[in-house]
Design a protein. Structure first.
Length: 164
């Protein structure tokens, strides 16, 4: 099944069974150090989250570090809402906010979350801002979709500090 147009525009992946097995099988089998998590709402599939420690991907970390500070313990996320009927309703920002909170609980050594976004993907970076992330850098990165310009924004949120 092909992804909806609003997903396919920014998430440039093949969707054949063979391609999904190739691209995501390592995570499922525990051979790759990232996490792919399905999101549901009211018992229905809603979207996907990916979460990775940037230390596990040193080349990617170095690419990001050329644009913005990437502290030790930094994680990165990627996300999508699959159902086009759910887009543009504030659900993405809430989904990101909850996932960030969950990340602090599930990854106690995480210091921050750093998220690059294609500058042209306004809906994505606005959702990050509504979820409380702040823009900390701008620069060129290799885009997922070759039709996109390399211009990216980098967003970040830091682990909350404990009240004394």
């Amino acid at each position: 099944m092909a992804p909806a147009a609003h997903v396919a525009r920014w998430w440039n992946h093949e969707t054949s069974a063979e391609a999904v097995a190739r691209d995501f099988g390592g995570v499922i089998r525990g051979e790759e150090p990232s996490e792919d998590l399905l999101v549901s709402r009211y018992g229905r599939p809603l979207g996907l989250f990916q979460r990775s420690r940037l230390a596990d991907y040193p080349d990617y970390r170095a690419e990001l570090a050329a644009i913005a500070e990437v502290p030790d313990g930094a994680l990165t996320i990627d996300y999508l809402i699959g159902d086009p009927q759910q887009v543009g309703r504030g659900i993405g920002a809430e989904m990101i906010r909850r996932f960030v909170e969950r990340t602090w609980a599930e990854h106690p050594s995480a210091t921050c979350i750093v998220v690059p976004v294609v500058a042209a993907n306004t809906a994505s970076w606005r959702a990050l801002e509504k979820a409380g992330l702040r823009r900390v850098g701008e620069g060129d990165l290799e885009p997922d979709n070759p039709i996109d310009a390399p211009a990216h924004y980098v967003y970040r949120t830091d682990r909350p500090t404990e009240a004394p």
